[in-house]
Write a protein that binds this ligand. Structure first.
Ligand code: HEM
Ligand code: SF4
Length: 764
């Protein structure tokens, strides 16, 4: 039977295909101990392959920590066992999906994970319980339907998000979809975006007022604006930088009130270059761009970026996509028709009130699918793909509220659509309301989770759903968001009622608690962050929700919003509501407080692992050197197979790659034309003796020069063998040179695979 690799060869974007082959080789290199675990960890993170709770081989059973028996001791990152299940994040730029992609996702969930697809708070999908050995195949099958996992995690540009209503919204200035798409494509794998000390998140919004893209909490956010210039209407963006959540949330700062559309990509690139160059690399708690913007001040930051912009070589892709923007159009699967007079099934009206949005285009609507906890099964995903094919076409999107929307549904079809959704268990009302609680993965699968965010979300949802239709209108539209720890992946800072997990000791036992954060603002693109009020035992949080919302309903003045109410009555008064709930009972009185929601074990924080939120900071040079090694490894394989021409070519490419890695430390924009690389390398590293005698470096440099000037006339085993050997030695000397430069300061800390340390010692 053909493998998936053979079956799908040539059936995907060739660049994606090559990248996945490369990743497969990196897995093989790690397996054979030839790739350092820290570099491998960041490499896999940049492919979306994440660690998962218990992957260090330990699990606390409530009494003591038990060892999990995995097959081998091999690691895929520091303290992360090879065979332990992991998480695969799948990037969905601006949340855009087609039914065929949904079918593929359903198959993968079934075959490689636990059969559940999870929608994240940044419009991505996640699969859990995936074995690392399955990831290249999984990636190929995704690539065959146009999906990549590249840079879904790690210190890279993450999924570019956008409002799920973009293009159909009644309030938007213009459709940001083609811009989000172009940014995502342009920045994916961009060489200037590889040297970050931390992740970088971009969001697009069609207007200022609604939540849409949540621009204010992003590293870079773009709000659509228009202005008239010389009698002509021009499109542009209000550009924000330096926002972010996490333990220290920052509101983004205005970088430009009107960035013309043609400057969007070059300025994004300039910002990436400045962040890569000046951003913090050692202390990752201060490495997001928000800290750089705060340190420099927005004016100085802007000045540096604009200076950078002037130095950048012109790239035709900056504006190449603009001609197609005007023509960008989505195709509905059915004619528009009004709802009037259609027979409405039971439950339809309630669902319609909360889950249907009438589009700017008359006769069409957006239908939201409420996904409790952001989860849907493989079976439901397949069912939903069929429903989408029939009613919506290729116009499906995921949302940051962990839901899915079907756009371009003819209004007349809504009753039939509702019936079909009910049939597959996806007809719940309440999208975007208080019952639609957002939660990060928390202690279910996240290594950093302290308390069960999903357990609590499920409990609150169940309690509120039962009385939803009787809730006061003012309460119905509040947002609840829950994170399992202070890292705020559940976006609790921008919820009306936000919670994040923490732990407290009562007697000599640990008790799961949540910190309460009130009054964050979802509207105005996440316009304000909430106030921390104090911690309450996890089991009392549903009561907190009840007391606070009751008080709001009782004391609300006129059309006062929840944020205004929180501000008016003040922290002190709110704390008095909470104080009676803050103390937990003694264990003997009520042991249930000592376990978390949905988890019968006695609570402990013994399962906490080392986070992989950023991976290790691996410099661009280190990645480039690792790539050179991979090429020479592939050259060795071709040699063994008797393909001498390929072996020689790969060894030569490996030497060029190693030379580029050094040159780039001084000259970022060096092209990869072999003559340029060799010349730059010669003047910068050979003539200057930076690739010094101490490591017999200058001799090894000759290997590159020789192979560059005199390619072999015929390919024999001996010749190819020699070139592969020489390439290996050249890469060694490049590593040694890099380490030396690092010791002299100014570059990231050295991280060399142990195998090379030994070899390098031999060279000396
Ligand atoms: C120190 C480590 C971490 C920090 C500081 C961190 C921080 C954040 C923040 C601030 C967000 C969301 C807000 C935004 O949209 O910007 C986020 C998103 C997210 N985080 Fe984390 N996180 C960390 C580790 C993790 C881990 C270990 C997991 C679990 C595997 C995780 C899962 C998620 C998920 C599922 C999202 C939605 C992201 C997406 O689809 O791109 N995070 N993280
Ligand atoms: S908020 Fe904490 S528990 Fe939740 S996913 Fe992020 S790191 Fe994990």
């Amino acid at each position: 039977m053909p493998t998936w690799k053979e079956k799908l060869a040539g059936k995907m974007d060739s660049q994606l295909e090559e990248e996945i082959d490369v990743f497969e080789t990196q897995i093989a290199l790690r397996r054979s101990g030839k790739l350092d675990e820290k570099i491998f960890a960041e490499t896999r993170l940049r492919r979306g392959v994440y660690g998962q709770r218990y992957d260090n081989g330990h699990r606390h059973d409530g009494i003591r920590t038990q060892e999990l028996q995995y097959l081998s001791e091999m690691t895929k990152g520091p303290d992360t066992l090879w065979d332990a299940p992991g998480m695969q994040r799948i990037k969905i730029p601006f949340g855009g999906l087609t039914p065929d992609q949904m079918d593929a996702l359903a198959e993968l969930a079934e075959e490689y994970s636990d059969g559940v697809l999870h929608v994240t708070t940044r419009q991505d999908f996640q699969l859990h319980y995936v074995h690392i050995d399955d990831t290249p195949t999984l990636m190929r099958r995704l690539a065959a339907v146009g999906i990549t996992t590249r840079e879904a995690c790690g210190n890279s540009i993450r999924n570019v998000t956008a409002c799920p209503l973009a293009g159909v919204c009644r309030d938007e200035v213009f459709d940001v979809t083609p811009y989000a798409k172009a940014s995502s494509k342009f920045l994916l794998g961009h060489p200037d975006a590889q040297g970050f000390g931390r992740k970088f998140k971009i969001a697009f919004s069609g207007c200022r007022e609604r939540a849409c893209g949540l621009v204010n909490m992003h590293d870079m956010g773009c709000i659509a604006v228009k202005r008239v210039e010389n009698g002509e209407e021009k499109r542009g963006f209000e550009l924000y930088v330096g926002g972010g959540l996490g333990a220290v949330p920052h509101q983004a700062k205005l970088f430009d009130s009107f960035l013309p559309e043609e400057e969007l990509l070059p300025i994004s690139q300039a910002i990436a270059r400045v962040f890569a160059r000046l951003g913090e690399k050692k202390n990752r708690a201060a490495a997001r761009i928000k800290f750089l913007v705060t340190k420099l001040g927005i004016d100085e930051f802007r000045r540096i970026v604009l200076e950078e912009r002037k130095t950048m070589p012109v790239d035709p892709r900056w504006t190449g996509y603009l001609a197609a923007v005007e023509k960008y159009k989505e195709k509905p699967s059915r004619e528009a028709s009004p709802l009037n007079g259609r027979q409405r099934p039971e439950g339809f009206d309630e669902w319609y009130r909360t889950n249907v949005y009438c589009q700017r285009q008359a006769g069409y609507a957006v239908a939201a699918i409420t996904l409790p906890l952001g989860d849907l099964s493989a079976w439901q995903t397949r069912g939903l793909a069929d429903v989408a094919r029939r009613f919506s076409g290729d116009n499906v999107r995921t949302t940051v509220e962990q839901n899915i929307v079907l756009r371009w549904v003819s209004e007349a079809d809504l009753p039939d659509l509702y019936r079909e959704l009910k049939r597959i268990g996806l007809g719940d009302a309440g999208a975007g309301t208080i019952v639609d609680v957002t939660a990060c993965p928390g202690t279910d699968t996240c290594k950093l989770g302290i308390a069960s965010s999903r357990g609590l979300a499920a409990e609150i949802r169940t309690r509120l759903a039962g009385k939803f239709f009787n809730l006061d209108e003012a309460v119905k539209n509040l947002h609840i968001k829950i994170s399992g720890c202070f890292n705020s992946c559940g976006q609790h800072h921008v919820a009306d009622l936000g919670f994040y997990g923490t732990s407290r000791t009562i007697g000599n036992r640990k008790v799961p608690h949540f910190q309460i954060v009130l009054g964050g603002k979802w509207q105005d693109n996440a316009g304000a962050y909430g106030l921390a009020m104090g911690t309450v035992p996890s089991k009392r949080i549903p009561e907190v929700v009840e007391r606070i919302t009751d008080r709001f309903v009782r004391e609300r003045q006129g059309t006062e919003t929840f944020q205004e109410f929180v501000k008016r009555i003040g922290k002190q008064e709110l704390t008095t509501i909470l104080t009676p709930l803050m103390q937990g009972p003694a264990y003997e009185q009520d042991p249930s407080f000592y376990s978390d929601w949905g988890d019968p074990r006695e609570f402990s924080i013994g399962d906490l692992g080392v986070g992989e939120c950023a991976g290790e900071v691996v410099s661009v040079a280190q990645f480039d050197l690792a790539a050179a090694e991979r090429m020479v490894f592939e050259g060795q394989l071709r040699l063994d197979e008797g393909d001498y021409a390929q072996a020689d070519a790969l060894a030569y490419r490996a030497m060029l790659q190693a030379a580029i890695s050094l040159v780039k430390t001084q000259f970022q924009d060096v092209t990869d034309a072999p003559d340029t690389v060799v010349n730059e390398f010669r003047t910068r590293f050979y003539d200057t003796q930076l690739l010094g005698d101490r490591y017999a470096g200058s001799r090894f440099a000759q290997y590159l020069f020789k192979r560059h000037l005199s390619p072999p006339h015929e390919h024999t085993r001996d010749q190819a063998h020699r070139t592969v050997e020489e390439a290996q030695l050249f890469i060694e000397s490049a590593y040694a040179c890099y380490d030396l430069l690092t010791e002299r300061g100014g570059m990231a800390a050295p991280l060399r695979p142990p195998v090379h340390t030994e070899k390098a010692a031999g060279i000396r």
